[in-house]
Design a protein around this ligand. Structure first.
Ligand SMILES: Cc1ncc(C[n+]2csc(CCOP(=O)(O)OP(=O)(O)O)c2C)c(N)n1
Length: 582
């Protein structure tokens, strides 16, 4: 028995099922799944530059006969949707399981999405575990389902399943020989002449799945109260058990296709049957559409955000559960760039320039928050570069503020590269700042093509970012140390005042990377300080400002000695400890 997170359990299940290959792009809450899989014996695993590439690499390996797992967060499924939809037509060779980890409540995402809609739209079965033990077993089953029905299988988890640890009985690995590859264009070449019969074949496979799903033990009925029954899945099952212990429950483990006939019988056997779903109407819409009689909840549940046992109890007009009360008197902890983060100065300088900044997704999105307030837009990975081009197209005759797209190195590899190709191809202008902190910091320091570190630390290539940008025909490319304020200011000024498309690569390792950790002697403020607060304008959490006197001090615990604040001091009042004590 081990205590595993849902993510680790899915990796364990894939390993036990004999999966040989794992492919992923990181994204919370899915990331640890591939990290755990990569640490197993007898497997190959890699980070891909994005989720579309990952799903395609996985499909190739599956076609060649291997069992494969691909993992991503919910928004990654949008990126991977193109191969995903057609993979339902081709079907698989070796079993192919894809994890989509959703983030209801948006703990670390730009939107709330329900990946089960993808299963339904793409005709791909969806399994939803409710704890780590199920995560392991469902992952194992998913490979068999994939091979039996010749179809990829989606495992949908949510943040509470992915990140909660529950006891799991781990087993041994069952080796699976490669399923011999045979050339079969009618299955694998999806041009219309082959895709049309394959579409009809898909219908047959779905028909078989719909029969199978009525009896699979992955769904479970718990019969208690005949007056109140709940249909639910995933983490919500655990909340329902806590909140309404006497209710009967239809616990769905397969949420596409739904076991319509079994659900109908359950609903008819109960006086009042309800559907409880989180930040989504996925289940209730389908259950209504199937003509299954469902009651309206006594009090509606919130339409967005995570549910809790408490919100569910309240919707039934039940008393509070005192042990479930979360502390409400905790001090707020707004997110901030770390002390010493190399992204900080770039945003300070962009604000000084009054630039319109199209931002992107990564640690640097925090540059949007006060006091830096250095970002105008953030939408999806890669959008900084393409939206900067859009701003330029619309405003270049009327707006005299510089337009700057800001993107991280991993995000540039994910999809910024194709956006920059577009701007270069269409002779766009503006400035692109690539914040190359030598890692994919936001999701926990994964490797990417620009630091050349692979998931299993196998030999790799470190892409030459300057050469890559130049290869697009962009001549104005410079590399700058973002911890040098003068160099940063000069480079941005130069890039934003010429008529060309310019790229500035700000290169300095993430301060949390062990190797690069600056940890020089901290800085201190001396008596020349006039409390002008120019240093505070960079928003470093190491700088503390007395609310009454306005005096600034630097926390020796937090300061890592990057020296950015001293470069903003016009009164020579900030020095490193050794210098100050001279
Ligand atoms: C399509 C998609 N996939 C994955 C993610 C998760 N994610 C958010 S930021 C990020 C990486 C950011 O790395 P980088 O661009 O290098 O910036 P850093 O955090 O290092 O500053 C990832 C993988 C996402 N938001 N969207």
């Amino acid at each position: 028995m081990e205590l595993l997170s849902g993510n680790e359990a899915i990796a364990q299940g894939a390993w036990e099922a004999g999966a040989r290959i794992g492919v992923a792009y990181p994204g919370t809450p899915s990331t640890e799944t591939m990290e755990a899989f990569a640490a197993k014996s007898d497997v190959y695993a890699e980070w891909c530059p994005n989720e579309k590439v990952a799903v395609e690499v996985g499909l190739g390996a599956s076609a060649a006969g291997a069992r494969v797992i691909a993992t991503m967060k919910h928004v990654g499924v949008n990126v991977a949707a193109d191969p995903l939809f057609t993979a339902a037509y081709t079907g698989v060779g070796g079993g192919y399981v894809i994890l989509a980890a959703d983030d209801p409540g948006m703990h670390s995402s730009q939107n709330e999405q329900d990946s089960r809609f993808y299963g339904r739209a793409a005709h791909i079965p969806v399994l939803e575990p409710s704890d780590s033990s199920e995560a392991l077993h469902f992952a194992k089953h998913a490979f068999d389902i994939s091979e039996t029905f010749d179809i990829p299988v989606l495992i949908r988890s949510t943040v509470r399943i992915s990140h909660s640890r529950t006891p799991v009985d781990v087993g041994c690995r069952e080796e699976h020989e490669l399923i011999p590859y045979k050339k079969n264009p009618a299955k694998w070449v999806m041009m219309p002449a082959f895709a049309k019969p394959r579409r009809r074949d898909l219908d047959q496979r779905i028909k078989r799945l719909k029969t199978w799903v009525e009896d699979t033990p992955l769904n479970r009925i718990e019969n208690y109260d005949s007056d109140c029954g709940i249909i639910c899945s995933g983490a919500i099952y655990q909340y329902v058990r806590d909140a309404l212990p006497h209710a009967s429950v239809f616990k769905l483990g397969v949420t596409w296709p739904l076991p319509v006939e079994s659900l109908k019988r359950f609903a008819q056997s109960i006086s009042h049957c309800y559907v409880i779903d989180e930040a989504s109407e996925y289940l209730s819409e389908q259950i209504h559409a199937a003509g299954i009689p469902i009651d309206t909840l006594p009090h509606p549940l919130p339409a967005d955000g995570e549910l809790t046992p408490m919100t569910i109890r309240k919707s039934f007009g039940e008393e509070d559960m005192p042990h479930c009360d979360a502390a409400t008197d905790l001090p707020p902890r707004p997110p901030a760039l770390c002390a010493g983060c190399p992204h900080r100065g770039v945003f300070r300088e962009l604000t000084r320039l009054h630039a319109i900044v199209t931002g992107d997704i990564g640690c640097y999105t925090l540059g949007a928050l006060p006091p830096l307030s250095g970002m105008d837009t953030t939408v999806d990975m890669g959008a900084s570069v393409s939206m900067a081009h859009g701003f330029e197209l619309a405003l270049h005759d009327s707006e005299h503020r510089p337009i700057v797209g800001v993107i991280g190195d991993s995000t540039f590899g994910h999809s910024g590269l194709s956006s920059l190709l577009n701007t270069a191809y269409n002779r766009g202008a503006g400035t692109i700042a690539i914040l190359d902190n030598r890692t994919t910091a936001m999701t926990g320091h994964q490797g990417n093509p620009f630091n050349g570190i692979t998931l299993q630390k196998r030999p790799s290539r470190e892409m030459d970012l300057v050469a890559l940008v130049k290869a697009l025909g962009i001549e104005d490319v410079v590399t700058v140390d973002p911890l040098d304020v003068h160099a940063t200011r000069t480079a941005l000024k130069q890039a934003t005042t010429n008529d060309d498309l310019s790229v500035v690569i700000f290169r300095s390792p993430c301060v949390l990377l062990k190797k690069s950790f600056i940890r020089k002697a901290p800085y201190v403020v001396n008596s020349s300080c006039t409390a002008c607060h120019a240093c505070v304008s960079i928003g470093c959490p190491a700088l503390e400002c007395d609310s009454e006197s306005g005096n600034v001090t630097i926390s020796a615990v937090q300061c890592v000695g990057c020296g950015l604040c001293s470069q903003y001091c016009a009164f020579d009042a900030i020095h490193q400890v050794e210098e100050a004590s001279k």
